[in-house]
Design a protein around this ligand. Structure first.
Ligand SMILES: [Zn+2]
Length: 249
């Protein structure tokens, strides 16, 4: 087979995945055999769950499209301005169930605070994360590029920032979650839903001052942790406001 050249152009923030020297220019690669566009994309370092639209010579294609001749390949991420024609998204736009990799504990906690269903086990190995993702239909959040490139990953995201607050905002944006936030409904420790309980039900487990000052309580239906406005919620309320401030017009 005659060698051919593939030129790649990245839109939106997908340049993030290139080595810094290669940014802001189209990149070329010479290929000697028929190769799926997905394999070419990932050979440049871009994980497939980050790509929502692939154009080959201006026409939309799927991940399994085989490149065999000279081609211009353009990639668009999920959140960006796209070319103005109809196309089938390669990614799911909205998702509210996640599995979070062990290095992103603060992000996991933030998402639970906002009411989202987040599986998080800091000791889980890669194959366990992928197993939970598949069995429980969760989107994978990880800053491990190799893991995100795994063939079984359908929906996932690589937080660009290393800061948990910024990561949370990114995830809300990527998965269109702003309208689905229901804060203080999920246990930060174990992810189970919280249930409102009367003071009488929990009074034996309260500290003396808490008994005096607070009337509203929620208890985790999983681990039994008790939450009330004073101790946990005021700090969290501030965090919540900071997160929401990013979306104010
Ligand atoms: Zn719990």
């Amino acid at each position: 087979m005659k060698p051919f050249t593939v030129r790649l152009k990245l839109h939106g923030d997908l340049e993030f995945f290139l080595r810094s020297g290669a940014r802001s220019q189209s990149i070329e690669r010479s290929l000697g055999e028929k190769t799926s566009v997905k394999d070419v994309i990932e050979s440049f370092g871009v994980p497939h769950p980050e790509v929502d639209l692939i154009l080959v010579n201006g026409r939309p294609v799927d991940f399994d499209y085989a490149l065999a001749n000279d081609a211009d390949v353009e990639l668009y991420p999920v959140v960006t301005d796209r070319p103005k024609f109809k196309y089938k998204s390669l990614q799911v736009a909205s998702y509210n169930r996640f599995v979070v990799d062990g290095h992103l504990g603060k992000l996991a906690r933030d998402l639970r605070l906002l009411g989202f269903d987040v599986a998080y086990d800091p000791t889980a190995e890669d194959r366990q994360l992928l197993g939970v993702m598949e069995r429980q239909n969760r989107a994978l959040l990880t800053r491990d590029r190799r893991l995100l490139m795994h063939a079984v990953v359908k929906t996932g995201y690589f937080p660009r920032s290393q800061n948990a607050d910024e990561q949370t905002v990114e995830v809300i944006r990527r998965f269109d979650l702003l309208g689905s936030i229901i804060p203080f409904t999920r246990c930060l420790l174990c992810n189970a839903p919280l249930r409102k309980v009367s003071k009488a039900e929990v009074i034996e487990r309260l500290e003396p001052l808490t008994k005096i000052y607070y009337e509203q309580f929620r208890r985790c239906t999983g681990c039994g942790q008790i939450y009330w406005p004073g101790s946990h919620f005021s700090k969290l309320q501030k965090r919540l406001e900071q997160i929401r401030a990013n979306f104010a017009d």
